[in-house]
Design a protein around this ligand. Structure first.
Ligand code: SF4
Length: 585
């Protein structure tokens, strides 16, 4: 990958450079975070002309390495005010890599009010005015269809929906998957950044592109085989996720007493059977039609945790129906009907809004008396208001922190203004440390301590105790920052955590592709360096250790059934980043 493309939306000019030397060995999150830290003023307004947005495939994207097609999108976040990397499936990353594009950077802002479509193909980049029919309320499903008809059925698309056009802080960027459905770079409001730059969509056509070059094809092939076997042999990566999707976690977390319910007032629900992964699987199987129990969000995924969820007549409603969304609406907001949740999920994908932030905002609005508890139809109507947007739609689309403030609530589950996801930090303490300290705002994927606390993969740590959690969250955050730089889906961790040969195969693939000799220590150093860069940006933006804290209510409100409270001291929390000031360059 040798091209670094910049699109200046102020002048509508495009330039293609050689990759700057300092970015040559970086991909994915390592590249997006270093670039944003280098070129974006930390104190700038996230929706102003000084913010930039960067799309970067991972180091292994575009190759035949299993599960390597994830894309990193980076910018300063309008939701959190921090640096942000948001990660997605779809076909965009692999197409970029095959075209030799290491990064696509969008900067500046147009002076007019028009929306644009950026088209990238092997001949270069064009900036077209967006077709009028896809602006002003057109959903992502329809807009992707129209763009595919105009530019070619096989093109990749990254699009900002109505929520991004309205520059709402929870707006995501939606990406076309291989079948034309939707995956999302969900968290942190990066769709609003794209909307502020008046980009309706970025279309990528890799027709005529060469294959990604591999320095040692035989070594790559051998390592890839070992790696794929490690994933497929693992009971979670190879079987559980394919059968039940990520929603396999509803029953597991409910049993553990860590499934946040009714706006984080309990850790267990009674209606788990209505919304569980087992029920999801049985419903899809029974309804048949367009339903699919297992599906990959990009070509080459062997884990296939995604699915197509159909209605009673077998007609597609939604795909990528994730545990976090089902938890947010099903447990945190108490909606007991899986179909109701599926229609909400579809609507959120169609308007282009983060389904974690929005689900938690809905639960918060229910607590605040704006919506009736557990009412799936009312939730759907509220989500629909984001498309217009009405004042209620703007409120919900602004995220959980804003809804909590508007309702005068004490119990508002956010860190750095980003909603806390689907694992209660009181009875699962490791994940609480990740929520508190990650540079991203509350984010389970930044250091997935559920692995060792609940699933007992890669570690075995008592979730209710503090012992070992600081070191564990630190190690998981470092490892995740490195994995996010490879283009690998995070779920590969399950397959390699207890399989040293599988982990080595991952490093071997990188070495074989680039003709280098990375070691596992080098990978750890890469992860540490990414986190340091991100933390440095946040500090310059005004964040201090005092922002690395969970909301106060977690200390005072015990979470049944364990009646656990959050009991880490500030000094203990600050130990997670004890490496921050070391020089590991
Ligand atoms: S395992 Fe799931 S999230 Fe990961 S690449 Fe496959 S479908 Fe996408």
């Amino acid at each position: 990958m040798n091209k670094f493309i910049r699109i200046d939306m102020t002048s509508l000019k495009v330039s293609t450079e050689e990759v700057p030397a300092k970015y040559a060995g970086l991909g994915g999150r390592a590249l997006t975070s270093n670039f944003i830290a280098d070129e974006v003023k930390p104190t700038c307004h996230a929706l102003g002309k000084n913010n930039k947005i960067i799309f970067a495939p991972g180091l292994l994207s575009g190759t035949s390495a299993p599960n390597s097609g994830r894309l990193s999108v980076g910018a300063k976040s309008p939701l959190t005010g921090t640096i942000k990397e948001s990660n997605t499936g779809g076909s965009f990353s692999q197409k970029m890599a095959k075209m030799g594009i290491k990064a696509l950077v969008i900067e500046g802002m147009p002076t007019d009010d028009k929306f644009y479509v950026i088209k990238v193909d092997v001949n270069g980049v064009t900036i077209d005015e967006a077709p009028t029919e896809i602006i002003g309320g057109c959903g992502n499903y329809e807009a992707i269809k129209i763009l595919s008809e105009k530019y070619g059925e096989k093109v990749g698309v990254g699009i900002t929906g109505p929520a991004g056009e309205h520059r709402l802080p929870s707006a995501n960027i939606s990406f076309k998957d291989p079948e034309g459905n939707i995956r999302s770079a969900g968290r942190g409001g990066l769709g609003a950044v794209l909307g502020s730059k008046k980009i309706k969509a970025v279309v990528i056509d890799d027709t005529g592109a060469a294959k990604v070059s591999i320095a040692d094809p035989e070594k790559f092939k051998a390592a890839s085989k070992v790696f794929a076997k490690a994933l497929l042999d693992h009971p979670v990566a190879g079987q559980g996720l394919a059968a039940y999707g990520t929603n396999v976690l509803v029953n597991i977390l409910n049993e553990a007493g860590g499934l946040p319910a009714n706006n984080f007032t309990a850790g267990r629900i009674e209606h788990n059977d209505n919304i569980s992964g087992e029920t999801l699987n049985a419903t899809i199987t029974e309804r048949g039609g367009e339903g699919k129990v297992s599906h990959g969000c990009h070509a080459g995924c062997v884990i296939r945790c995604s699915q197509w969820y159909p209605d009673k007549d077998g007609k597609y409603i939604t795909s990528g129906f994730e545990y976090e969304t089902i938890w947010g609406l099903g447990a945190d907001a108490g909606i007991q009907n899986l179909d109701d949740i599926a229609y909400c999920d579809r609507e959120m994908d169609d308007i282009g809004i983060d389904s974690i932030e929005t689900a938690v905002a809905i639960a918060t609005a229910m607590e605040g008396g704006l919506l009736p508890w557990g009412d799936g139809k009312a939730a759907l109507e509220a989500i629909k208001e984001i498309r217009k947007p009405t004042p209620l739609g703007r409120l919900i689309g602004s995220g959980t922190a804003v809804v909590g403030k508007a309702c005068g609530l004490y119990r508002t589950p956010v860190v750095k203004d980003q909603a806390i996801p689907a694992y209660d930090p009181r009875p699962i303490k490791g994940i609480g440390l990740t929520y508190a300290t990650t540079p991203m705002g509350a984010d389970h994927t930044a250091g997935y301590c559920i692995s060792g606390n609940i699933l007992k993969i890669g570690a075995d740590i008592d979730p209710l105790k503090k012992e070992g959690q600081i070191e564990y969250s630190r190690a998981m955050q470092i490892g995740t920052a490195a994995v996010d730089s490879t283009g690998m889906c995070l779920f590969v961790y399950f397959g390699v955590a207890d399989n040293p040969g599988g982990y080595q195969a991952l490093i071997d693939m990188i070495n074989a592709q680039y003709g280098i000799n990375l070691t596992s220590e080098d990978v750890d150093k890469l992860g540490e360096s990414v986190l340091k860069v991100e933390r440095k940006f946040n500090k310059a933006a005004g964040f201090t250790n005092a922002h690395d804290r969970l909301p106060e209510f977690f200390e005072y409100e015990p979470c049944p059934p364990h009646n656990a409270v959050w009991d880490f001291t500030p000094e203990e929390i600050d130990q997670v980043y004890n490496f921050e000031n070391e020089d590991n360059e």
